[in-house]
Design a protein around this ligand. Structure first.
Ligand code: SAM
Ligand code: SF4
Length: 333
């Protein structure tokens, strides 16, 4: 079978799938407090999600990341993980992983490890319980820390993802770094993105460019750029004094589009070829049209043939240009 290659000769080897739009948190930069969630009939069933992921794997996807919303609040999600892990056993899939807010990890870590998951990304923006409650609205820090501990106990490697928020966690840069060093977690900072219709001013107020964050780090430490790339927007540095590796995800710069190897599917089966563009292909209709996967694979190929060269996010004029109207919890971070 010919693998998926887009018009700019980029092989598509990485798929991120959102399995739900729901979440037990309401992070202020991600969701409104009172969200209208999708009716259940619109969501892909676990079987449909399995068919969809399996088709992508047949077409050459080697890395699968499950996200949301909060993936671990989807009912029976372990059934999906158990089933899809057959592709790890066969060797077709090299890595199965997830991005989570950590709230349910204490319950699921052991089972996830048993499915062949080796690493999880846990989003954590602050180590202060009061600030944690403020930014996540509904979240509680001790529950997440307990989940992270359970993940470690189950043998999972934990990467902490921290959204850099001006005036919110600027003062926690070094405490977060120290904590990750002590706990042996990798750490990646994410620049806040203009997602959803949450108000331009708020978003620009919160915008803490990672180049500023990096400069602050460099005041205290010697940073060495690492060549390591993931095909995504992350760049890594090593902190010479501690040996720690720190990642920076700057989705607003164009420096990663040329090596982009990924696409995203929402929980309703919309395939987004680029996080920063509105163009998408509906995969739910071909999934539901026939029990076979031929129409589905045709739709996937047709969509990849229109993957754009890059995105149009731009903060440079102090207005949010190229803003996309969907929330992160919809496209799945
Ligand atoms: N609920 C899971 C979690 O929080 O890890 C998975 C889904 S969440 C949408 C995925 C990632 O997107 C999280 O690390 C979150 O911090 C990040 N995110 C959400 N909204 C964002 C925004 N506006 N800008 C940058 N990152 C955002
Ligand atoms: Fe939920 Fe993750 Fe969005 Fe926070 S960032 S509201 S945890 S989906």
């Amino acid at each position: 079978m010919t693998p998926l290659i887009d018009p700019f000769a980029r092989p598509i080897s990485y798929l991120r799938v959102s399995v739900t739009d729901r979440c037990d948190f309401r992070c202020t930069y991600c969701m409104a407090e009172h969200m209208q969630f999708l009716p259940k009939k619109d969501l892909l069933t676990l079987e449909e999600l399995d068919r969809l992921c399996s088709s992508f794997i047949r077409l050459g996807v080697q890395k699968l990341r499950i996200t949301g919303g909060e993936p671990l609040v989807r009912r029976d999600i372990l059934t999906f993980f158990r089933s899809i892990s057959r592709h790890l056993d066969s060797g077709a899939l090299k890595e199965l992983t997830l991005t989570t807010n950590g709230s349910q990890l204490a319950k699921f870590a052991g089972d996830l490890a048993a499915c062949g998951i080796r690493r999880v990304n846990v989003s954590l923006d602050t180590l202060d319980p009061a600030k944690f409650a403020e930014i996540t609205r509904w979240g509680r820090l001790p529950q997440v820390l307990e989940g992270i501990e359970a993940a470690r106990a189950a043998g999972l490697r934990v990467k902490i993802n921290t959204v850099a928020l001006k005036g919110f966690n600027e003062d926690e840069l070094f405490p977060l770094l120290d904590w990750c060093a002590k706990e042996d977690h990798d750490l990646t900072f994410i620049e806040v993105m203009p997602m959803g219709e949450m108000g331009e001013e708020l978003r620009l107020d919160q915008y803490w460019p990672l180049k500023d964050l990096r400069a602050r780090l460099a005041e205290r430490f010697t940073l060495t750029d690492l060549a390591e790339r993931s095909g995504g927007p992350a760049r890594y540095v090593r902190i010479e004094e501690t040996g720690q590796k720190v990642g920076f995800i700057t989705p607003l710069t164009h420096n990663f589009c040329e090596s982009c190897n990924r696409v995203r599917v929402t929980c309703t089966g919309e395939l987004y070829m680029c996080l920063g563009q509105e163009d998408m292909a509906d995969l739910r209709a071909p999934l539901r049209a026939s029990p076979g996967d031929e129409a589905l694979e045709q739709a996937i190929r047709a969509a990849i043939a229109r993957k754009p060269k890059g995105h149009d996010f731009d903060y440079s004029r102090q207005t949010v240009r190229g803003q996309v109207s969907r929330h992160m919890s919809h496209t799945g971070g």
